[in-house]
Ligand binder design. Structure first.
Ligand code: NAD
Length: 264
């Protein structure tokens, strides 16, 4: 097998457990020869992140709470010491309080809005800035988004607004980083049962309905997202930047389910 990431180094943020999208990305990048560093949110997740990192022979496993500037600066400094420069940065982090992920969007609190924006949007920009000095030309930054940024999805609420801002951030960052020959993209994944997803009211129904309606009639896995991340991380995507790559069995291109429209 041709390894697409031989000689490249990747830092992946957002591994909570082996169901995390970040873990699907780590597996794909590792399989293709990338040297991997992993970052997790805090002490509670350490017991999950460390064994996962060990299972792929990664020794760089660092805590970073992205609400703290000092944590971001510290992890960038540690990465510089450990790797010198890096090629790939993956941001697979989001958070909103459970209260905000159900009911009416207009009930979003000011504090809840700030939290969702800070952790789910600003953190990607902050990481991009902190790592900018050590990302090699030809490098790739990516984040994870969801279609609730484009259309109003039940219960997704403030997170949909955050994802819209995250996708706009991708475009602005792509402009900023382009002259350094560094790409910035997002993957928009269909619903996957993860820890973060379990916070969205009615997610189970949304997840089940998805595979019935999507053109490919199949749900999305963390391995599917990992494969798209591999493309965005590798030189195969050398001329793709500022883009949103859908990994959603085609869900985003339809307006109404076949069962509702009674089409052949
Ligand atoms: P997950 O719960 O496994 O991952 C979310 C991660 O965010 C966790 O590792 C968590 O520790 C981290 N995080 C939260 N607050 C943090 C903080 N302050 N500092 C550092 N890290 C913090 O769930 P996931 O579904 O794998 O989510 C990863 C990304 O994929 C998110 O951006 C999510 O919105 C996006 N996404 C998920 C789906 C889905 O259906 N699961 C679909 C599309 C996009």
């Amino acid at each position: 097998m041709t390894k697409l990431l031989e000689g490249k180094t990747a830092l992946v943020f957002g591994v909570a457990n082996d169901r995390s999208i970040a873990w699907g990305v780590v597996k794909a990048l590792h399989e293709h020869g990338a040297k991997i560093g992993i970052s997790y949110a805090g002490e509670v997740l350490k017991k999950r992140a460390v064994p996962l990192a060990e299972s792929i022979g990664s020794t760089f496993v660092e805590e970073c709470d992205v609400t703290k500037d000092e944590d971001i600066a510290a992890v960038a400094e540690k990465a510089k010491k450990a790797f010198g420069e890096i090629d790939i940065l993956v941001h697979a982090i989001a958070f909103a309080n459970r209260d905000e992920l159900g009911g009416y969007y207009y009930d979003t609190s000011r504090a809840g809005f700030h939290t969702a924006m800070d952790i789910s949007v600003y953190s990607f920009t902050a990481l991009a800035a902190a790592f900018q000095p050590i990302i090699r030309p030809g490098g790739s930054l990516m984040t994870m988004t969801y279609y609730g940024s484009q259309k109003a999805v039940p219960s997704y609420n403030v997170m949909g607004v955050a994802k819209a801002a995250l996708e706009a951030s991708v475009r602005y960052l792509a402009r900023d980083f382009g002259p350094q020959k560094i790409r910035v993209n997002a993957i928009s994944a269909g619903p996957i049962r993860t820890l973060a997803a379990s916070g969205v009211a009615g997610f189970k129904n949304l997840h089940n309905r998805f595979a019935e309606v999507a053109p490919l009639r199949e749900g999305v896995t963390i391995e599917d997202v990992g494969n798209a991340a591999l493309f965005l991380a590798s030189d195969l995507s050398a001329r793709t930047t500022g883009d949103i790559v859908y990994v959603d069995s085609g869900f985003n291109i339809i307006a109404i389910g076949d069962d509702e429209a009674k089409s052949p």
